[in-house]
Design a protein around this ligand. Structure first.
Ligand code: AMP
Ligand code: ZN
Length: 667
């Protein structure tokens, strides 16, 4: 097989695996094998730029940065939908349209997905454009971001028309949304409020690699174009599915408004089991000929109608407001409610988020409040029924001191959350931090669970994570539900965690804003905890992707005598607090202080390998040329505008071989 054929075969294979996994929800290969094949493809593509393809599966990892999204005219306008709220509304609609068309009318019923609408253009089976709805006439070109969404086919299957637009909704399923939030909470960031806004915000992120990390999905519902040879809406859904699009199979073809109402009633209840958010049903005249006769009003098609589900709201009494202290010391106010049935579950609590939210809603203990359940795990309070308020009630006074340790709370400028600053003395913080320390992605201490940690702290056996390493079997056996065997497992688990590599230990320490990725970056750059502890804020900010907020948090952590003492103890117990000898192989500091831009295509190493070499040798990568750039490693095909900019700023161009020599000398 020639190289070109090999590349094509790999692309085809990866495309098929993507389709099986993301469209059909049916994995046909392990993640690991997929990565190996993808790396192989990326390697070949880097060596053979002549076979570049914008729609190769390798393009899905993103990396393109868009500073300003270009505005593009929609070739076919994107309309809104008229809304209906009752059986009568739907019957009125049928009466209206029956006057305008002949013959019986069939309807397709679909769910109204709650996300961000998108219009995709395909030419010769390739995705060429993805535009947001905008004002319906023109939207933003977000193609680079959309390409990272794995259920959007970059290349179609089967028998598709040469050119068409397809419309759909970008959604963020609950699972992925909750996972994203969990990760944010873990590093001390505020969680996102709801899936819809997060989905639409994602489309406008400047860094497509960030979009690639978000578990977005694209659900399609409408094909638009000329000479498509499609007769009905239902047929168009089937065709779109056959070409490789994700089209939920929930759509149903019915013969009357009564049947439409059955569909509505069914999904009004069962939508709560769907993996993503829906806010109604969309009913469409099935026959496209009839659709054409009905045409459009100034803002919506006459042939379609949305039926909005009634938001699931109930009114209940707010018994009390209590305050929770999280692992990072963040305070979250919680509304304790008179238990009430909502969307199939009993609701007892709702989050009030922060002081601003309480002030905005003006909620008070004893109020009758409206509660709604959206995509979040915890329901939210929409407002207060003022007609039921007790005249004597006074506005809620937010707490000034930690409910657990009584320390005065602080709130930094620009932050919504109050914090308890008693880092090493506040129980929920201590327990939460140790629970984070032992968790799977951190020290992965088997044989020790979150509840046992709480027990150990409450019994006074440990007060920080370094104490874990001094625990003895005799100490833990008397604990509740602890048997000889489980005590052994616990001690052994702690012992084994001494093999966990430095970068994970760094993550395990639970420094605010230091998530897995940041920990990796810091470990790689500084190589040891001592070096990080010594780094100044200015020094930290100079590490790739470390911003001011993270730098300040790291500096603050290491400015505490207590933290330094705990880290010293970890060191004495043999926990990995520097990179191992193996990790250090190939790593030098020859490029320390260099800010390097990589441009063009290379012969001996792939672009990614080159970037790794730069970072492994202490250099800092930058994506754009500026007066701060030390030099550019320039391969072939470097863009003319970049060349010009480099010339203008007098930035040195270094060839691939010159660069490799530079780092070789030091090895
Ligand atoms: P609205 O924004 O309330 O005018 O509703 C119109 C929007 O509903 C469209 O722009 C689509 O983004 C969205 N929508 C969600 N699901 C569907 C569907 N199955 N068919 C048509 N539009 C839908
Ligand atoms: Zn406290």
């Amino acid at each position: 097989m020639g190289t070109k054929e090999l590349i094509e075969a790999l692309r085809e294979e990866l495309r098929e695996h993507n389709y099986n996994y993301y469209v059909l929800d049916n994995a046909t290969i392990s993640d690991y094998e997929f990565d190996i094949k993808l790396k192989e493809l990326q390697g070949l593509e880097a060596k053979h730029p002549e076979f570049f393809d914008v729609n190769s599966p390798s393009q899905r990892v993103g990396g393109a940065i868009t500073k300003n999204f270009e505005t593009i005219q929609h070739e076919h306008r994107m309309y809104s939908l008229d809304n209906s709220y009752s059986k009568e509304d739907l019957q009125d609609w049928e009466t209206r349209i029956k006057k305008l068309v002949d013959g019986d009318i069939q309807y397709t019923c679909e769910l109204k997905y709650d996300g961000a609408s998108i219009s995709l253009t395909y030419e010769d089976g390739n995705l060429t454009k993805a535009i947001t709805r905008g004002d319906g006439f023109q939207g933003d070109n977000v193609t680079a971001n959309i390409k990272t969404i794995k259920s959007v086919p970059l290349q179609l299957k089967g028998n598709y028309p040469p050119k068409f637009d397809i419309r759909g909704e970008i959604v963020l399923p609950f699972d992925g949304f909750n996972k994203m939030n969990q990760e944010r909470i873990e590093i001390g960031e505020e969680p996102y409020r709801n899936p819809r806004n997060t989905a639409s915000g994602s489309l406008k992120l400047q860094d497509s690699a960030e979009v690639a990390k978000r578990p977005l999905e694209c659900l399609l519902y409408n094909i638009t174009g000329t000479n498509l040879n499609i007769q009905t809406q239902f047929e168009s859904l089937e065709k779109a599915r056959a070409w490789g699009f994700k089209v939920p199979s929930i759509a149903k073809l019915v013969n009357s408004i009564d049947e439409v109402l059955e569909f509505v009633d069914y999904w009004n209840v069962n939508r709560h089991d769907l993996p993503y958010e829906t806010d109604g049903v969309v009913i469409k005249v099935n026959d496209l000929q009839q659709q054409e006769e009905l045409a459009y009003t100034a803002k919506a098609p006459r042939w379609a109608m949305a039926y909005k589900f009634k938001a699931e709201q109930v009114s209940t009494k707010l018994n009390s407001i209590t305050y929770q202290v999280g692992r990072t010391g963040a305070i979250t106010p919680v509304a304790n409610l008179e238990p009430v049935e909502l969307a199939g579950t009993t609701v007892k609590r709702a989050s009030l988020h922060n002081a601003d939210q309480i002030e905005k809603l003006d909620v008070r203990e004893g109020d009758a409040v409206y509660v709604e359940k959206g995509g979040e795990i915890i329901p939210k309070i929409l407002g207060v029924d003022l007609s039921k308020r007790n005249n004597l009630s006074a506005p809620t006074q937010y707490i000034t001191h930690c409910p657990e340790c009584k320390t005065a709370l602080v709130r930094q400028d620009g932050e919504a959350q109050h914090y308890c600053p008693n880092y090493n003395g506040c129980k929920p913080q201590i327990i939460g931090r140790i629970q984070h320390f032992i968790s799977r992605k951190a020290m992965d201490i088997e044989g020790l669970g979150g509840e046992t940690v709480a027990l150990l702290v409450n019994e006074g056996l440990i007060s920080n994570y370094s104490d874990l390493y001094e625990l003895t079997k005799e100490e833990v056996i008397p604990l509740e539900r602890m048997a000889e065997k489980s005590a052994d497992n616990l001690i052994q688990g702690v012992e084994l965690s001494k093999n966990i590599p430095f970068e994970r230990v760094l993550f395990a320490l639970g420094i605010r804003y230091v998530g897995e990725t940041v920990a990796k970056k810091l470990a790689k750059h500084y190589k040891s905890i001592d070096a990080i502890a010594k780094a100044t804020g200015e020094d930290l900010v100079n590490v790739d992707e470390i911003g001011v907020k993270i730098a300040e948090s790291v500096s603050l952590f290491f400015s505490s005598e207590e933290n330094l003492r705990i880290i010293n103890r970890l060191k004495e117990f043999g926990v990995q607090l520097e990179l191992s000898a193996e990790q250090l192989i190939g790593q030098t500091n020859v490029l320390a202080g260099d800010i390097v831009v990589v441009s063009g295509v290379f012969e001996n190493v792939s672009r990614n390998e080159l970037k790794k070499l730069i970072e492994d040798n202490g250099g800092k990568l930058s994506s754009s040329i500026s007066s701060k750039t030390s030099y550019i490693v320039a391969g072939s095909n470097m863009g003319p505008s970049k060349k010009e900019k480099a010339n203008k700023l007098g930035v040195l161009l270094m060839s691939e071989s010159e660069f490799l020599q530079k780092i070789q000398k030091s090895l």
